[in-house]
Design a protein around this ligand. Structure first.
Ligand code: NAD
Length: 295
């Protein structure tokens, strides 16, 4: 049986590791928060005191960490895992980080014949729990094929976007578009409300017309329109403004690197920055609606 080492048991990594355990894999887990580790051990995971003991004899390492600096530190930092992984180990990093970091970590690991794919996800905590995440991967086809059966345990849609770093590029393109759609949908809904329309009726009209999009149809940002959306639950749960702002920063860095023109992405990043500074960082990203609705 394949032996997996899993680093980062937070909101996303915890349920992802739990799904691997449910599928019968042997999973050795590690997090800086002992509570997070305890929860997975209660589900059948094993653990150890140090990262180097965690990866002993493992075939695959999966990481789900906050940012690029954590990924670099874990694998190639002082006393990093690179010193302890066997030749041929597959590393799957599912954290959302910049593609340049993914590429540099992959290149350094490759010197020791350790294979790396970047595999950021979409689908949030609900998708991680249900095992329905979308994975956008970058790396060699052989590493992708090796990772696929594991990714299928944690996700529903598994994509190979290209070489190492391509998964991260796909992820920031998607989230930049998502945030632009969210801002546009909020703006349009509030324009209707300001002119006497019922937002539920307006949403129904637009979702059957050319304005239809996911933020309108599935994740409506106006409170009361959809009982199940975070908007109807005081913008709790879902995908935090802080995380969307992080992804928009990565999208802007990517655009600078490729000299791409992204005026709506830049505007949207600034709107989310204002929104965060107004104390909304922990609210779901659809709360940007309040920037338009509060008078
Ligand atoms: P989180 O902060 O809940 O979890 C991160 C975990 O990593 C924490 O428990 C932390 O203790 C642990 N950690 C940090 N350094 C570590 C190390 N060296 N070794 C082991 N553990 C370490 O974050 P999250 O919401 O689970 O997000 C993880 C990643 O997934 C981020 O890159 C985020 O952008 C991305 N993401 C999050 C969501 C979401 O909805 N939360 C959706 C898609 C992608």
């Amino acid at each position: 049986m394949m032996k997996i080492a899993f680093f980062g048991l937070g909101n996303m990594g915890g349920p992802m590791a739990a799904n691997l355990l449910k599928a019968g894999f042997e999973v050795n887990v590690f997090d800086l928060f002992p509570k997070a580790v305890e929860q997975l051990v209660a589900l059948g995971a094993t653990t150890a005191d140090t990262p180097k003991d965690i990866v002993q004899d493992c075939d695959v390492v999966i990481s789900m960490l906050p940012a690029g600096k954590h990924v670099r530190e874990l694998y190639i930092g002082e006393d990093g895992l690179i010193n302890y992984l066997n030749v041929g180990t597959l590393v799957i990093d599912s954290s959302t980080i910049d593609s340049a970091t993914a590429q540099s970590v992959a290149a350094i690991l490759a010197n020791k014949q350790i294979n790396f794919i970047d595999a950021p996800v979409s689908g949030g905590v609900a998708g991680a729990t249900a095992g329905t995440l979308s994975f956008m991967t970058g790396g060699s086809l052989s590493s992708f094929n090796q990772a696929k059966p594991l990714l299928e345990v944690m996700g529903k849609n598994i994509f190979h976007a290209g070489e190492v770093g391509a998964g991260q590029v796909a992820k920031v393109c998607n989230n930049m578009l998502l945030s632009i759609l969210m801002v546009g949908t909020s703006e349009a809904l509030q324009l209707g409300v300001d002119n006497g329309l019922d937002p539920t009726v307006l949403s129904e009209i637009m979702s059957k017309s050319s304005g239809s999009n996911w933020t309108l149809d599935v994740y409506n940002p106006c409170p009361g329109v959809m009982p199940t959306s975070p908007a109807s639950n005081e913008y709790q749960g879902g995908f935090m403004t802080d995380l969307m702002l992080k992804d928009l920063g990565l999208a802007m860095d990517t655009a600078v690197g490729s000299q791409s023109t992204t005026p709506l992405g830049a505007l949207t990043r600034n709107l989310y920055s204002i929104h965060q500074k107004s104390g909304n960082g922990k609210k779901d990203f659809s709360s940007i609606f309040e920037q338009f609705s509060s008078k």
